[in-house]
Design a protein around this ligand. Structure first.
Ligand code: SF4
Length: 321
């Protein structure tokens, strides 16, 4: 059976898990094409207009998989991976939003709820429906989940050791280069690793001698301990992860500045961004917000990155003299 996976949203966090799981179950995996102007335009045309850009990207990716003739498209409903915290509402309603806005999806969506206490999503109960659907035994499904967990944990370990996520997702290993400046990036993985939507943000900074650090590269214990201590955490899982990373970046002497890379129409970021910006101001840590949408002009984007890097270089030099 051909199963399609949209190359968007949590593909950038859980693909190694899904890749092994479906392979072990004997399925053929088809990935949608890398994001492009055409795919994004198609997604924006078909999606509900008020939705955020990453969701428009996702719609374009689903349409691409339909064109590729897959039998099922895997769209899990991420509910929670931490006690008392859920995902952003757009994740919660994702399968319904697609079902109700796109034609041609009848009987083609493979969905189920993901509920877990940690980022490890391998609990058998989440996948019990796969047994009947794929006609596999309980032990085969358990073995597949165990193998998927092993490969995902390895992926997470390599991310934390400084290997590039974008390469790991392609099955390659390459370490992120050291740089003369270190910038903490506050960004959801689907904004940080989608080269089209962020106009090669990572490469542009690396070319300028910047080493980037984002939440998934930090020690998970550090993130979890911070979230556990919050008196009033956000309702949304990945927003809390960014909050924890932001707090770490602001207080770390190793981080020269912070960029909040956010998407147009992101409700959670509209609260998170100003909150961290204020905290950064209080600690004299340079902070810049870059907003991406389907119309962001490349030259404006680049000018702002260059100006920020120049400012950080000047500040670093003057701090050292
Ligand atoms: S967190 Fe923001 S960018 Fe991500 S899905 Fe929700 S609204 Fe969209």
């Amino acid at each position: 059976m051909k199963i399609g996976i949209p190359r968007s949203l949590l593909y950038y966090y859980y693909y190694p898990f899904w890749q092994t799981l479906f392979k072990e179950l004997g399925m053929e995996l088809i990935l949608s094409e890398a994001n492009s102007g055409d795919l994004l335009n198609q997604g924006a045309k078909e999606a509900v207009p008020e939705i955020c850009v990453p969701m428009k990207v996702y719609v374009g990716q689903v349409l691409n998989l339909l064109e590729k003739g897959v039998e099922l498209i895997y769209i899990p409903r991420f509910v929670s991976i931490r006690k008392g915290i859920t995902f952003c509402p757009k994740f919660l309603g994702l399968p319904d939003m697609l079902m109700n806005s796109l034609s041609g999806l009848d009987g083609k969506i493979l969905t189920h709820e993901i509920r877990s206490r940690t980022d490890d999503i391998s609990a058998y109960r989440n996948y019990a429906l796969f047994r009947e659907l794929f006609q596999v035994s309980k032990s085969k499904l358990s073995r597949a989940l165990k193998a998927a967990r092993r490969d995902w944990l390895e992926f997470r370990k390599l991310q934390q050791e400084g290997y590039k996520t974008e390469k790991l997702l392609q099955g390659e290993k390459e370490k992120r280069a050291e740089g003369s400046l270190k910038i903490g990036v506050l960004a959801y993985v689907y904004n940080l690793y989608d080269r089209y939507i962020n106009m090669d943000f990572l490469e542009r900074l690396e070319e300028k001698g910047v080493k980037l650090v984002s939440f998934e590269m930090l020690d998970e214990d550090l993130i979890n301990k911070f979230i556990a201590k919050l008196r009033k955490p956000f309702f949304w899982e990945f927003t809390n992860k960014l909050m924890a990373a932001g707090h770490y970046f602001i207080n770390s002497a190793e981080i020269d500045g912070i960029i909040h890379l956010t998407a147009f129409a992101c409700g959670p970021d509209a609260i998170l961004g100003p909150f961290l910006d204020l905290e950064a101001q209080g600690k004299n840590k340079p902070f810049m917000t870059l907003r991406i949408d389907e119309q962001t002009g490349e030259s404006h984007f680049l000018t702002r990155i260059e100006a920020f890097v120049d400012l950080l270089s000047l500040k670093k030099r003057s701090d050292q003299t």
